[in-house]
Every structure is written in structure tokens, then in C-alpha cells.
Design a protein around this ligand. Sequence first.
Ligand code: NAD
Ligand code: TYD
Length: 345
Amino acid sequence: MTHESILQPRTVLVTGGAGFIGSNFVRYLLAAQPDVRVVNMDCLTYAGNLENLAEVADNSRYAFVRADIRDPRACVEVCQENGVEAVVHFAAESHVDRSITGPAAFVETNVGGTLNLLQAARECGNLRFLQVGTDEVYGSLGPTGLFTETTPLDPHSPYSASKAAADHLVSAFGTTYGLPVVITRCSNNYGPYQFPEKMIPLMINNARQNKPLPVYGDGSNVRDWLYVEDHCRALWLALTKGTPGRVYNIGGNSERTNLEVVKAILRHMGKPESLISFVKDRPGHDFRYAIDASRIHRELGWSPTVDFETGLGRTIDWYLAHQPWLDHIVSGEYKKYYEAMYAGR
Ligand code: NAD
Ligand code: TYD
């Protein structure tokens, strides 16, 4: 790491800051970096929720702009009007199952929206740009091996294909225009404020209501789980200390089969395993994701600090202590989504 590569931005644009990881990142940044202002640009899709940020809403170093990254002019304006010096780009359609039933929105936001932000970053002074990426762009592993930064991209779902296309655009802007871009690719996150369409909060929500826990296939698929705050810390390091043009994998070193995770949730909540219901598998279901995070460890000094059992316990306790937050979400559009996705499964 050279001294020149260290960046101290005063104003950071966070896109998608009302979502799961984005809202955790906004809170993390305001607490950990007392000299940084955060501008949150989010159009508030079904997944965006300002309740996630209620505790920072009045912070003088925080501003919310309701705007859509699919609008190129809005991307430029938000940067110009707020004196943005760096961009951390989370905003995305993020759920694999929704990408299977409706892929177009994934291309529009994840590819088109990323292009608009890259152009805005160029136009507004060649801003440092952090693309918050996913390990799913690498495809699927068999029982052994790990994804490294040189693993070829081989996305399988419309979601991961749109994220891979976005990553390619980001690196092309680095190579072609000299935009100082950094890409991170992280494994599955879990923790407070995750929308209950994703596996862990969905299972917690169902278990608290004694509803069946729908495990796809035989539950042997493997994910490498990372507690969201560990991801946030890695992202700040990658933004401020990462070498432009470089990719950093981020992972939890916590591989678990889905069945192991679901059983751990039931155990922690004191619920019976008879709630487990094996349902029809996801089409094109990637078997295993696992990350080699040695580059970010070696070059930026990052490693995960929260082990899976501790993080899962903390997450369950958080959901149980925030049932009005969960009730609010699952009473609306979510009901229709759940019926459409799970009724015939
Ligand atoms: P999320 O679905 O919880 O939040 C997405 C946010 O983006 C929402 O607030 C939504 O309103 C906003 N958004 C969507 N479309 C928008 C648009 N057109 N304009 C403005 N805002 C828009 O997602 P998440 O799980 O927090 O994921 C955030 C990012 O991290 C995504 O880019 C995702 O690919 C990446 N990622 C997620 C994981 C994970 O495990 N969740 C792992 C690795 C990488
Ligand atoms: P998910 O949280 O959707 O993340 P991703 O597909 O991006 O990894 O799913 C995590 C794993 O859990 C994945 O293997 C699919 C599985 N899964 C279920 O078994 N049942 C469910 O209801 C959901 C949503 C996921």
C-alpha cells in the first residue's frame, strides 16, 4: 500500500443506503468516522426502508436524497449538489429468486444504474468509486476449492449475471477512463435489518410464528456467512486504502449447509426441527460459495471478527427485539410475494 493510495473523503455518497447492508454501512460510517458526511441516495423500492436509519435521521452529518440510479441526471445532481468525493455503490435489486421471476429490473438497476453512476463519477471530478459486488459472479463451486480474485466470472442467475455485467463496466471505466475504481466481492451477509426474503431472516420470521421453514432441495447447498458489520469495515478499508483497479474478495470463513443454518436457528429459538419443510429447489441453484479472502487480509489487514454462532445469536436476538419492524414489513407487499413464491412449492 502506497501513501498516495490512501483516501480521506469528507463526503461519501452511499447508494442504496436504506437497504440491509447500506443502512448498516451508513450507521457504521457515521459512528466510526466523525469527520465524514454521508449522503444516502435511495429510491426506496420494496427493500428500501427509512425505518432502518431512524436513529441517524437527525444526524447533522447525514442527508437522505430520494432518487433513482436509473435516472442519469439525478446521479450527476446528487454528486454536484452535495460535494461528493467518493461513491460506495450498494443500490441494486438483490434477491436471486426475484431475478428468476422478473429479470428485467435487475438489468435496469444493476447494469443501467451502475453505468449512470460511473458516468456521474467521471463528470464530477473522477470520484473514487467502490462497487459493492458479490461472490455469486464467480458461479458455483463443487465440494472443494475457494473463489479467488482471479477465478473467471461465470454467473448463473439473472441476479449474478447483472452484477457481473456491472463489475465489468466498473473495471472498464477504470481501464478506459482512469476512474479510480475498486471492486469488492463478498459472500452472504447476515445481521440486523435484512429483508425477510433472504434465507436467515425468512427462517427467523417463520419460526417465531411457528410456520414451516422452506428449505430448498435437500438443504445441502453451502454458503459462506459473514456478519454484516465485518463487511462494512472491509468496505471502508477497500474504499480508502484499496488500490484503484483492484478486486478484493471478502468472506466469513464460515461455510455452513443451509440445513445446518436452519437447525441452528431453531435451536437458538427453542423451536422443534419438525418445522423444517423441504420444498422444490430453486432453478439453477448454485451448490456452494466459499471465499479466499487472503488478499484483503494481506494487503489491507482485514479479517472477520464475529464468528457465525455469535453473529447468528445476535441476529436472532435483534429480530426478536424488533418484532414491530418485522411485523411492519411482513404485513404489506411481502404477503403477496410470499404466497407467489412459496404457495406451489
Ligand atoms: P437490499 O435489497 O437490502 O437493498 C437494496 C437497496 O437499494 C434498497 O434500499 C433499495 O431501495 C435500493 N435501490 C434498489 N434499486 C434502486 C434504484 N434504482 N435507485 C436507487 N436505489 C435503489 O440489498 P443488500 O442485501 O443490502 O445488498 C446491497 C448490495 O450488496 C447489493 O449491490 C448486493 O448485490 C451486494 N451484496 C449483497 C450481499 C448479501 O448477502 N446481501 C452479499 C454480497 C454483495
Ligand atoms: P438467499 O438468502 O436467497 O441468498 P443467495 O441465494 O443469494 O445465496 O439464500 C441462501 C441459501 O438459502 C440459498 O442456497 C437458497 C437457500 N434458501 C432456502 O433454502 N429457502 C429459502 O426460502 C430461501 C429464501 C433461500
